[in-house]
Design a binder for this molecule. Structure first.
Ligand code: HEC
Length: 110
């Protein structure tokens, strides 16, 4: 009986923390998802987003680039922030984009 309770409660915690994926777009469901789905999957597949990773500045410059050259419309500040919050949080730069840490023996001697 206790075991069953533990099983159920750990499953409940798991489903609360695990990100659900929208079947239609492949995007993670989180705050701002609706705005991203509505604005960012019109011209191209959401794979452009899920394959791409970046910090807030990178995402913002991609959006500005599309606005300048690809006919992407302007967002009001609130929507833009929701979109950037979502992208920054769910598609942050991967570990591979960082230079690996140097081993102590490879550090320059002072
Ligand atoms: C008006 C049409 C349009 C909308 C809406 C749009 N994009 Fe794009 N986007 C494009 C085009 C066109 C490209 C370039 C496609 C190519 O390279 O073949 C592109 C490329 C991209 C890329 C790939 C950039 C790269 O470096 O290759 C990403 C990521 C992206 N868009 C994200 C978004 C996000 C996030 C949104 C919502 C804020 C969005 N797009 C909305 C037109 C649009």
């Amino acid at each position: 009986m206790i075991l069953l309770f533990v099983l159920i409660s750990s499953f409940a915690t798991f489903s609360l923390t695990a990100k659900e994926i929208d079947k239609q777009t492949g995007l993670k469901i989180d705050k701002g998802f609706e705005q991203v789905k509505a604005n960012c999957t019109v011209c191209h597949s959401a794979k452009f987003i899920t394959f791409q990773k970046g910090d807030r500045q990178t995402w913002l410059s991609m959006i500005r680039w599309m606005q300048r050259t690809q006919g992407l419309w302007e967002f009001d500040k609130k929507t833009e922030n929701l979109i950037l919050d979502y992208l920054e949080k769910n598609y942050p730069p991967g570990k591979a984009s960082r230079r690996p840490n140097l081993k102590p023996k490879d550090l320059p001697k002072l």
